[in-house]
Design a protein around this ligand. Structure first.
Ligand code: LLP
Length: 866
């Protein structure tokens, strides 16, 4: 690939319709063009589209609309108004051009709608916008020249191209000699403005480049001029990992290579026209996509030097896909069958996109953006094909495509993605031979709501390596609303850090719990009016100071073992048994006896226990834990609903359970469900609540509905805090419909996770084959969550607070297991060294309680801070 000559003075900037339709945007155009020229060798070429909406109008006129004259009048008025708004004289600036536009209606070629006439009509929009723009920028004191793009871009004829294509969707010559460049440079002004979309036809008339043509014009000029760069200025910040309207968490793609950008543009992103990459790609001219309203954002850079980062870069969805499935016996190895069917597609002018084949079936997809797929055409095609096979048309379908380098080597990371598709009906899977994309075709209706889920799974599995800041920029949400508003954590203040360093002195690993944080979370939950009874799931953290704090805040305590029950009453001897729940799983039956003896509320989730130990349950009030047939949670290992989970009574067994309880003279007084942990969508509980209330109605003796716990907290810097308001609102809605039940909750994590920090000390820092590892004196023995669930916890060097975090390190523990990793590629101070005190954040839930003696290492210490 030829590299662009660095000595060239030119930068090409392209502005689209919305960018040229307002005065303040033209000020931005002038400022940017001058700045780019100043930064480089001194010259900038500005390529513009027509004012927004104008090309659509011109297309209608060129198509021979009945009200063509009225449309022309409206266009004349609109342009005159805009020139006036620029404080310029419409007659002086646009008089001649507007007369030319009006004259086209009276042109002899108009009646027959000759193609060359149509091209001339279509070209007027850019001629007008570039003319008024040049006049305005000159009036603002800029040295701007106007160039007619037709003097510089030459349409070429391609083999097999229709007459229409040769005039209205042309390709242009991509090579120029030095003489061409010298002539171009001889134009006197420092800044030049020209039109996108239009070119010179071989016969000297006008030709146009088709949709997306202005991007392509800019890229062509960039290539011909050997420009330092081509900047496409639009009204979005760049290309994203998914359509931000559908996936607000989509990340800006900061850098792509040409091939990936091409693939993303082709499979969905509308930001850049796929045709426009070619001219820059062959000449090695770097491109950038930038936001006119927010010129300081980094945008997307596309070039050939981007080091190849393997991984999924984007996920897209195309609707309106038509599948044609062709079934035949005896096609296997029969010579010419494929040729036969493709010949029939060709005959009907249809180009095939994806192909899947089996012994007796070939299925292909038709992409609506490449084909004129009408019911008429499909009917004719089916008729034709049915002579050689059985045909089924499946539509409308959606094509969901993952784009990225090295798709084949990523397959093992896509298991969640496959599982998600497993729940839908996949008609076709296709992997491109360039190893850049993997496409799934499913029914359009099944695709709704799927993209956010798939996008999150790609990040979670590591298939989309968002930690690589050279490729992945901020999320759409972050760009729109700023970084999520997060109050600094309690341990970030100077005093708190000093205290923590002191607390690390007697020895690490050590957990420290900040009780004011526990209290603040408790009070936030207490403010939710729909909830009548609050319990704390002590399995998350059973430290006595935490139990006392939450009891004092009015929380009851939820236990899952006899050990937890004893611990609760040892810690709080006066606690009323009514404030304790017992929700065990597969516990020995003696634990139920002990719980009943204590007078606490017992929850059961199977019929077998009732039948096996009738004396234990005779005459008792019981809560029933149900499985609603689905689960949720931050990781498969914490999902507690659905057929694969050991928890909860399936809905079809409820009647049998109720009969059994009645036969024992008991009553079901509570209905309970806890479908998983670490759930971040606040409306989950609303749905659970509604289903449980309906079940409670059927049972008849229920007074309390318990929604379990599961509320998440923001572990990663980019995570938004749990939306408690939306959660509360969902509950209030159901409460209004079923006011007769008391609502109970039993969260663990939400109350205590953020209150806890794990203090550890650096043991060794080792560089091995390009990876720096920071070793700590506590790892998966002190905090299991990363090893067990790939959980993410912030890791910070407290001893070197204030140093930059500039070196990516893997943070590991002292246990003899490869999974003993607390964090991968974490940015830490370069000077991080043995004996530094490190803090692992948000470790207050499922930290100490899951710590262990593995390798005969001691348990962490525990401390509390008021
Ligand atoms: N209620 C029941 C019946 C539960 O099983 C649990 C948690 C909770 C309440 C509290 O859930 P939370 O609000 O904390 O999400 N070790 C895993 C979490 C396991 C949760 C087990 N059950 C982790 O570290 O993510």
């Amino acid at each position: 690939m030829p590299s662009p000559s660095t000595g060239t003075p030119w930068v090409v900037l392209k502005f689209g319709g919305t960018s040229v339709s307002q005065r303040h945007r033209w000020d931005t155009i002038g400022r940017l063009a001058r700045k780019r020229a100043d930064d480089g060798g001194g010259r900038a070429l500005v390529v513009v589209s027509a004012l927004s909406g104008v090309t659509n109008e011109l297309t209608a006129i060129a198509d021979g609309a009945d009200d063509g004259a009225a449309r022309v009048d409206a266009l004349v008025a609109r342009h005159r108004d805009f020139v006036q708004a620029l404080d310029l004289d419409p007659d002086a600036v646009l008089g001649e051009r507007l007369t030319a536009l009006q004259a086209l209606l009276a042109d002899a070629r108009a009646a027959a709608r000759m193609l060359d006439w149509q091209a001339e009509v279509l070209a007027q929009g850019e001629l007008l916008s570039s003319t008024l723009g040049a006049a305005y920028l000159r009036s603002q004191g800029l040295d701007v020249g106007w160039a007619d793009a037709r003097d510089w871009l030459d349409a070429i004829e391609l083999p097999n191209q229709s007459e229409w294509g040769r005039r209205l969707s042309v390709s242009c010559r991509r090579e120029a000699d030095d003489a061409w460049r010298a002539r171009f440079a001889a134009q006197p002004a420092r800044l030049l403005i020209t039109q996108g979309f239009i070119a010179r036809h071989g016969d000297g008339g006008t030709a146009v480049l088709g949709r997306g043509g202005s991007d392509t014009s800019a890229a062509l000029f960039g290539g011909l001029l050997r420009a330092r760069g081509v900047e496409i200025w639009t009204d979005v910040p760049g290309m994203f990992t998914a359509n931000p309207r559908e996936v607000p968490d989509a990340r800006l793609l900061a850098r792509l290579d040409y091939a990936e950008a091409q693939e993303i543009a082709t499979t969905g992103a509308k930001v850049l026209h796929p045709r426009s990459l070619g001219p820059c790609r062959v000449t090695g001219v770097p491109m950038a996509i930038l936001d006119t309203e927010r010129p300081d954002l980094p945008g997307t850079r596309i070039d050939g030097d981007a080091s190849e980062v393997p991984g999924v870069k984007a996920i897209s969805r195309r609707n309106g896909i038509v599948l044609v499935s062709m079934e035949t016996v005896g096609m296997w190895q029969s010579v010419g069958f494929m040729a036969d069917i493709f010949e029939r597609f060709r005959r009907h002018g249809l180009s095939v996109d994806l192909i899947g084949s089996a012994e007796t079936n070939v299925t292909v997809s038709l992409d609506p953006s490449e084909n004129l797929v009408s019911t008429d055409v499909l009917a004719k095609l089916s008729e034709d094909l049915s002579q050689i096979c059985r045909v089924k048309v499946i539509a409308p379908c959606a094509a969901i495509t993952l784009v990225g380098r090295g798709m084949r080597s990523l397959l093992h990371k896509l298991s969640e993605v496959w599982a998600t598709f497993g729940q839908e009906r996949v008609h076709l899977i296709s992997q491109s031979s360039n190893d850049l994309n993997l496409t799934f075709v499913i029914d359009e209706a099944d695709a709704d709501g799927l993209l956010p889920e798939l996008h999150a799974q790609l990040i979670e599995s590591g298939a989309m390596p968002v930690a690589d800041a050279t490729v992945f920029g901020p999320s759409w949400n972050e760009i729109q609303f700023g970084k999520p508003e997060r109050a600094p954590a309690w341990w970030q203040g100077d005093d708190a850090r000093e205290r923590l360093l002191t607390l690390a002195q007697p020895g690490t690993p050590a957990y420290v719990y900040h009780l004011p944080t526990v209290r603040a979370r408790a009070q936030a939950l207490k403010a939710v009016a729909a909830v009548d009874r609050r319990f704390y799931a002590i399995k998350a953290n059973a430290h006595p100071a935490i139990l006392r704090t939450l009891e004092a805040e009015g929380f009851g305590l939820e236990c899952v073992s006899q050990g937890e029950i004893e611990h609760v009453f040892d810690t709080l001897p006066g606690l009323a048994p009514a404030r304790v729940l017992f929700t065990p799983s597969f516990a020995p039956h003696t634990e139920y006896d002990a719980a009943f003896a204590r007078g606490v509320t017992v929850t059961l989730d199977n019929v077998e226990a009732l039948r096996r130990w009738p004396e234990t349950f005779r005459g008792r009030d019981l809560w029933l834990r149900v499985d609603l047939g689905r689960g949720d949670g931050h990781h498969a290992k914490v999902v507690t609903g659905g057929a694969a989970s050991k928890f909860g009574l399936p809905l079809e067994a409820i009647n049998a359970f109720a009969r059994e309880v009645r036969a024992l003279g008991g009553r079901i007084t509570g209905i309970h469900a806890h479908l998983g942990s670490g759930i971040d969508h606040p409306k989950h509980w609303r749905g659970v609540y509604a289903e449980l209330a309906a079940i409670a109605d059927g049972v008849g003796t229920v007074d309390t509905i318990d929604l379990g716990g599961g509320l998440t907290i923001p572990y990663k810097p980019e995570d938004l805090p749990f939306d408690l308001e939306a959660w509360a609102q969902g509950l209030a809605e159901i409460k209004a419909a079923w006011p007769r039940y008391r609502l109970a909750i039993e969260p663990g994590r939400f109350l205590v996770a953020e209150s806890g920090a794990l203090l550890v000390r650096v043991t060794q820092v080792v560089d091995k084959l390009g990876t720096r590892r920071v070793g700590l004196d506590g790892g998966m023995n002190a905090l299991m969550r990363p090893a067990m669930y790939d959980a993410w916890h912030g890791v910070h060097n407290l001893s070197r607070w204030g140093d930059g975090n500039e070196v990516a390190c893997d943070v590991v523990g002292p246990i003899c297991e490869s999974s003993d990793v607390l964090g991968l590629k974490r940015k830490l101070p370069a000077a991080t060294a043995p004996d530094d005190v490190m803090l692992v954040a948000d470790a207050g839930a499922y930290g100490y309680v899951m710590a262990n003696h593995y390798n005969l290492r001691g348990l962490p210490r525990e401390d509390v801070l008021e």
